[in-house]
Write a protein that binds this ligand. Structure first.
Ligand SMILES: [Zn+2]
Length: 304
């Protein structure tokens, strides 16, 4: 087990009062260091333009890397904001996933968790949105395919919001299976059950206040069977903890035990299909208490 993070991910600041705040990552780091003091941490490198270009257009990459953040903040949309440290944070967040994939493929570890921000799963190939600058999970999945010669990678997303960006990036690519449970209706209002891509998209929208039992049933009955049928060679996880009942931006009413249960289900499927290979990246989660509890439950389950 390896953990990846970088101080730049703490410095990214979308401005006062923004829910995607540096304290989120501080809470996760403190909780993980307290619960698992023996686990090794690595500094995330910056992703290269070539690695980003597997998921993003030149224009989308340039908007983050070459944009001028003058005197404070550059507002890309109503809630997606760059400050002076955001460029490096976005590069490190994406680079964490790439480095984690490389470490797993090199046989250094079977599993890795990337405690990074900004999150990524709303960023489409050409658009930054929903607090997301680069789609780090999609970049990691495509890196496993392109740099390591794999042919089947699963991108598993249990953030309470639909990963519209991840779906958009991979929906024409049958090498990637995208699975998502999410609250509906809720931002970004995509992810209907009848969106299938090229047969590689499975969405399980859940109503508000669905609760942990319905969350688990969606995975057990719809999403995990699709994962088994796909027989992934690698699993990338978009681990958002905003389906937690304490989260202020959603009301799915699940909890840390549900995240631990799903993580364990994913781990044994990784063992069965993918030589254990699984890399997880932090996405959303906006209650600090929920982030502490959930990240410890998630990493504990990754450890087995
Ligand atoms: Zn979310």
């Amino acid at each position: 087990m390896l953990l990846f993070t970088h101080p730049a991910c703490l410095a990214h600041d979308p401005g006062p009062g923004h829910p995607e705040c540096p304290a989120r990552l501080s809470a996760v780091l403190e909780a993980l260091r307290g619960a698992f003091p023996q686990l090794p941490w690595r500094d995330a490198p910056e992703a290269s333009r070539q690695q980003l270009a597997r998921a993003h257009t030149d224009a989308a990459i340039a908007r983050v890397l070459d944009g001028r953040v003058v005197d404070g903040h550059d507002r890309i949309d109503a809630d997606t904001v760059m400050g002076p440290a955001s460029r490096e944070a976005a590069l490190r967040a994406a680079g964490a996933g790439v480095a984690a994939v490389d470490a797993v493929m090199a046989g250094e570890t079977k599993r890795a968790f990337c405690a990074v921000r900004p999150p990524g799963h709303h960023a489409t190939g050409d658009t930054q949105m929903g607090f997301c600058l680069f789609n780090s999970a999609a970049v990691a999945a495509l890196h496993a395919l392109e740099a390591h010669g794999l042919t089947r990678v699963a991108l598993v997303d249990f953030d309470v919001h639909h990963g519209n960006g991840s779906q958009a990036i991979v929906e024409h690519d049958e090498r990637v299976l995208y699975l998502s449970s999410h609250q509906s209706p809720l931002y970004p209002n995509t992810g209907a059950a009848d969106e299938h891509g090229v047969g590689n998209i499975v969405n399980a929208p859940l109503p508000p206040r669905a609760g942990g039992a319905d969350f688990r049933a969606a995975w057990r009955e719809r999403l995990l069977p699709a994962l088994d049928a796909f027989r992934p060679q690698f699993i990338v996880v978009s681990a958002g903890f905003d389906a937690h009942h304490l989260d202020p931006l959603a009301d799915l009413e699940a909890g840390a035990p549900d995240f631990a249960w799903l993580t364990a289900e994913l781990c044994w499927r990784a063992d069965r299909h993918a030589q254990g290979r699984l890399v997880s990246l932090l996405e959303g989660g906006y209650s600090l208490a929920a982030l502490r509890e959930s990240s410890v439950a998630h990493v504990g389950a990754l450890l087995g």
